[in-house]
Design a protein around this ligand. Structure first.
Ligand code: FPP
Length: 247
């Protein structure tokens, strides 16, 4: 793709897909129609990331807070999720995409939950790209649940408090097999991380675009990736120190 340097692509791209409702309102459509159009953007982004060779893509599809939306919107989103998974399974297998989910997925309606588990299981052998959907997800909830497991292991004497490091906590999170995101894209001009991957995003580069999610296409994704490639990631070091580090 023009101008993109393969070696400098993010290994892990995370996206907060925002603006479906505003897009629908602008077009005098229902919010649900906004989400339906949003799924087209999901397809475009997944396909493009796979083509580019991005190894991990994580999409914030439904937050714990989203349960408070009107019942009809919540059930439409769950129905859309289920339909998306059913429709895309063959394409995921064809393109060697492994689906994973993070979040409190046991709280999903049984149909959506079962379709999700089925897709996760059927794509478990794929190793071309890991597509993770954050569903009924909240970063703080994730940390609390990790903490509970950690405390249980302390009680069982499987781990001693002095041994706890950043790596220890990372290993108790459901993202433990996924590297921290290199880049977060948020659409619709909001400058927030909204309880997404709180622990994992300590050093993530953030890119915010005014484009609403249903209008976010291949060109927008490339633009975000080009912007990312122009940045210097210092991880707390100085530019001079970085220049002296071996590649
Ligand atoms: C934010 O737009 C979007 C969501 C809460 C859900 C995202 C869901 C999809 C793109 C469709 C389903 C996803 C998958 C993976 C099948 P908003 O409704 O908050 O927009 P607004 O802020 O303009 O109201």
């Amino acid at each position: 793709m023009k101008g993109l340097v393969k070696e400098k692509l993010p290994k892990h791209l995370a996206i907060i897909m925002d603006g479906n409702g505003r897009w629908a309102r602008q077009k005098s459509l229902s919010r649900i129609e906004g989400h339906i159009k949003g799924i087209q953007s999901v397809r475009t982004v997944v396909t493009t990331c796979r083509e580019l060779g991005i190894e991990f893509l994580t999409l914030y599809a439904f937050s714990i807070e989203n349960w408070r939306r009107p019942v009809n919107e919540v059930s439409a989103l769950m129905g859309l999720l289920q339909r998306y998974l059913r429709k895309e399974l063959d394409k995921m297998l064809e393109n060697n995409i492994r689906l994973r989910a993070i979040g409190d997925i046991n709280s999903l309606p049984p149909d959506a939950h079962d379709t999700l588990i089925d897709t996760v299981e059927k794509t478990a052998h794929c190793d071309g790209m890991v597509l993770t959907l954050a569903l009924s997800y909240s970063g703080r909830d994730e940390i609390i649940r990790a903490f509970r497991r950690l405390v249980a292991d302390i009680k069982n004497k499987r781990i001693h408090p002095e041994e706890i490091s950043e790596e220890t906590l990372s290993n108790y999170l459901s993202t433990k097999d996924i590297p921290d995101p290199d880049l977060l894209i948020r659409t619709s001009g909001e400058y927030r991380i909204s309880n997404f991957l709180l622990w994992e995003m300590a050093y993530t580069e953030i890119y915010v675009t005014e484009t609403l999610w249903p209008e976010f296409g291949k060109e927008d994704l490339i633009k975000a990736l080009l912007n990312y490639q122009s940045r210097e990631r210092r991880f707390g070091l100085t530019s001079e120190q970085l220049a002296m580090e071996p590649d």
